[in-house]
Design a protein around this ligand. Structure first.
Ligand code: SF4
Ligand code: SF4
Length: 158
């Protein structure tokens, strides 16, 4: 198994992650929990990250779930555990449609859409564009609704 194999040269044993059979294995360091990442997400989203008790109602009602690599509730759990790298490289934060279904279902009043937005902002503030407008084929540009292009650029470019 991946987590049983010998360490590769220079590999950090504490940071090694493993995913398989829908399960995620992470190694947690004390400095990550309650670290600057969690404080930044709280500040940007205005949400109490620790209010979530992992009931999963948000994920159960999410319309984008079939395309996500990490469930919305798992994203929140990873944020609680300070797993910045894992969260910011996930596909899920970009596939969130900001539909607010999760917020309406959450028994703890957590607005997960705002947390997803905060995570996207953190990536974009590193000047990382998720979409390059110049790479959109000219052949389809004329067919795309302007409102979709504008909202897409707002969401996916820094
Ligand atoms: S706001 Fe995002 S995470 Fe929440 S239900 Fe909608 S798509 Fe899913
Ligand atoms: S519905 Fe609310 S409390 Fe339940 S897992 Fe989602 S964010 Fe956490």
């Amino acid at each position: 198994m991946e987590w049983d194999r010998p360490l590769l040269s220079g590999e950090d044993p504490v940071r090694r992650l493993k995913r398989g059979n829908g399960q995620m294995r992470i190694a947690i360091q004390a400095r990550d929990v309650r670290g600057p990442f969690l404080a930044r997400v709280s500040e940007l989203s205005g949400q109490n990250i620790y209010a979530c008790y992992q009931c999963g109602k948000c994920a159960a009602g999410c319309p984008s779930i079939s395309e996500m690599d990490i469930l919305p509730s798992q994203i929140l759990r990873l944020v609680q555990l300070g797993q910045e790298e894992e969260v910011l490289r996930s596909k899920a934060i970009w596939l969130c449609a900001s539909c607010f279904a999760c917020e309406t279902r959450c028994p703890k009043g957590v607005d997960l859409a705002k947390i997803m937005e905060a995570l996207r902002v953190m990536v974009l503030r590193k000047n990382v564009d998720k979409v390059n407008p110049l790479e959109i084929p000219r052949s389809i540009l004329g067919e795309l609704p302007q409102i979709a292009l504008v909202s897409g650029f707002r969401k996916f470019t820094s």
